[in-house]
Design a protein around this ligand. Sequence first.
Ligand SMILES: Cc1cc2nc3c(=O)[nH]c(=O)nc-3n(C[C@H](O)[C@H](O)[C@H](O)COP(=O)(O)O)c2cc1C
Length: 174
Amino acid sequence: MIQNRLRGFDADPMIVRQTFAQFPSGVAALAADIDGAKHALVASSFMVGVSLEPCLVAVAVQKTSVTWEQISKAGRLGVSIFGKGQSGLTRQLAHKDRAARFEQVAIEVSDDGAVFIDGAALWLDCSISAVSEAGDHWMVLLEAHRLGAGENEPLVWHGSRFRELASPPAVDAA
Ligand SMILES: Cc1cc2nc3c(=O)[nH]c(=O)nc-3n(C[C@H](O)[C@H](O)[C@H](O)COP(=O)(O)O)c2cc1C
């Protein structure tokens, strides 16, 4: 019975974390160049398809994020959806040592200061549309002004680890 599997969690954050971790997602880097300094925030809570017209996407950002304080002042944010083979890069861009995040990382910076990561699966050039409170996070709506897909397949975040998409089974030609 499904209901035998449902349990209260007495606001235990570990149970909530472990349960949420079972939901597969992509992983995004939100990045901007502000006065020559590069900032990146890695987020698995990124979500596309909030609205088509205008083109809105969303991300939940921890209220404790120091990087959010910086990039929320940027006019444009580059969003890069990490691709196959980029799990190490994802961890580097989320590293505690903020100064080391962009070491040896191949990027492109737009005239508006949006920072895009090379080799990603997908890129969006966004501005911040709205920010609202959502418990211990900010719920951030981003408006995408330009979109582009790369050659790489997206990386998948599931069960607190990185996974890659499996190839579809071969189709029998007969
Ligand atoms: C795979 C992965 C997913 C993450 N997802 C989120 C997220 O959805 N929202 C968020 O605020 N932080 C997320 N983080 C943590 C941030 O990337 C970052 O480490 C944190 O904000 C602390 O750095 P800061 O103080 O420079 O912002 C994630 C980290 C990793 C490695």
